[in-house]
Design a protein around this ligand. Structure first.
Ligand SMILES: Nc1ncnc2c1ncn2[C@@H]1O[C@H](COP(=O)(O)OP(=O)(O)O)[C@@H](O)[C@H]1O
Ligand SMILES: [Mg+2]
Length: 410
């Protein structure tokens, strides 16, 4: 094959000359006023986009449930469920004219789970527990797992608050809200971080999913990394304890508060870890993911040792490493199984028996701004669906067990 010839065309020479000319021409520096103008223009464009997107902005809708699904969620056979419905004279559910089957809204489903489900009642005098889903790395499944867990816990009768602590707002997006277009500064944790609000109560909003409320995030939340250390100069202020103070009144309202965090151990994630009663760290079966999991706990304990009061007094209700995106084969010598044995040897009982497989389902659902729990009955019949959903249910069951245990301890 002939070697490509060098291009000495006149056009190139022309370009060369114009670059030389451009280099020789003086150009003024950029002032902050100019940058301010750029920012103002960009904000105006964003506002225009926002107006267009809001009218009419498609809101997410929760799925409907079949009788079989509700009976399963109540841990009953279909006939047990039907008698239980009669015994409480429930009028919930509507017979669909299309196929004569009964279907229940999410709200009706959760009400039935609470009324006739077989789970033991929650202790009356309990405080809401905080679960932080965290890791050093992005892309390990924090957002997928935290949003799915929050939904799954409502389907076990719990009232849940979700706080998005990641400035990227991916979880907020999964709730059907566009972080950059729809989330204003006042709706995030930021006014509380600036200490303009006494706690986080102001920021709670309802979502399309019953019994699941949200404090959303946007890139405004990035500011927390500057404001939290700046606050530390104030007398009596403890920089790692601010979020903990902010959620105190919310622990009286919610059974569980799920935190999705950014892939870092910055000030905000440190606050999340400090106030968490339970920590979940997802880890794919890759050597680098294992390394960063190890690093995460190493750095966390190192930081903790520098926090007076915290290191001595803090006690977690649970810590769980969750294997995600697993490609496990029968052969024990595949990379996946080898890395799993590393995690087992290092994290021992903290490695939970929950293995979420690498699956096409989250990719498909995320592209429609959905989690697996958003899918309706018609969409959930495939084996791939079951393979992905089962470990997420197992995770929610394990978390539920840990919560009952934690409430027993007081
Ligand atoms: N078990 C899984 N199998 C395949 N893809 C997954 C799985 N869990 C998560 N993902 C995908 O990986 C990407 C990153 O997940 P995400 O939950 O956003 O991670 P993080 O919050 O840790 O950055 C997303 O596209 C998500 O759909
Ligand atoms: Mg995320």
């Amino acid at each position: 094959m002939a070697r490509p010839k060098k291009d000495f065309s006149p056009k190139k020479e022309q370009e060369q000359k114009s670059i030389v000319k451009a280099i020789l021409e003086p150009r003024p520096k950029i002032s902050i006023t100019q940058v301010t103008n750029i920012a103002a223009d960009a904000k105006a464009v964003l506002e225009a986009v926002r107006q267009v997107m809001l009218e009419p902005f498609p809101r997410k809708l929760p799925p409907e449930f079949t009788t079989n699904q509700v009976a399963d969620l109540c841990e009953m056979t279909k006939s047990e469920f039907k008698s239980a419905e009669i015994s409480i004279e429930s009028t919930r559910g509507k017979v669909k004219s299309s196929d004569n089957y009964k279907s229940y809204t999410l709200k009706e489903t959760i009400e039935l789970i609470k009324l006739i489900g077989k789970l033991p009642p929650l202790p009356k005098k309990k405080q809401g527990k905080v679960i932080a889903v965290a890791s050093y790395k992005g892309g390990v499944g924090k957002t997928t797992i935290s949003v799915s867990l929050a939904q799954a816990l409502t389907l076990r009768g719990l009232k849940v608050l979700f706080i998005d602590l990641d400035p990227q707002g991916s979880a907020t997006t999964l709730f059907g809200i566009s972080p950059e277009v729809e989330v204003q500064y006042e709706e995030t944790i930021m006014p509380f971080i600036y200490q303009d609000e006494p706690d986080l109560m102001y920021a709670v909003q309802n979502t399309y999913w019953d019994f699941l409320d949200l404090i959303p995030a946007s890139s405004e939340v990035l500011g927390a990394e500057y404001i939290l250390p700046a606050n530390a100069s104030k007398e009596g202020y403890v920089f790692w304890d601010q979020l903990n103070q902010g959620i105190k009144p919310l622990r009286d309202i919610y059974d569980v508060i799920v935190l999705d965090t950014s892939p870092s151990l910055g000030y905000l994630t440190q606050n999340a870890m400090a106030m968490a009663d339970g920590i979940l760290t997802p880890c794919p079966l890759e050597a680098l993911d294992f390394a960063s999991l190890t690093q995460f706990y190493g750095v966390f304990t190192e930081i903790s040792s520098l926090l007076p009061g915290y290191f001595e007094d803090k006690k977690f209700d649970f810590i769980g490493v969750i294997i995600n995106k697993a490609k496990l084969e029968k052969d024990d010598f595949t990379t996946g199984n080898i890395i799993k044995s590393w995690i087992k040897n290092s994290f021992k009982e903290y490695l939970w028996d929950v293995i979420i497989p690498d699956s096409k389902i989250p990719k498909e659902t995320t592209s429609q701004l959905k989690t697996i729990f958003d899918l309706s009955y018609d969409e959930v019949k495939s084996t791939a669906y079951k393979r992905f959903r089962e470990p997420l249910d197992k995770l929610a069951d394990q978390v539920l067990l840990e919560l009952y245990e934690a409430w027993k301890r007081g």
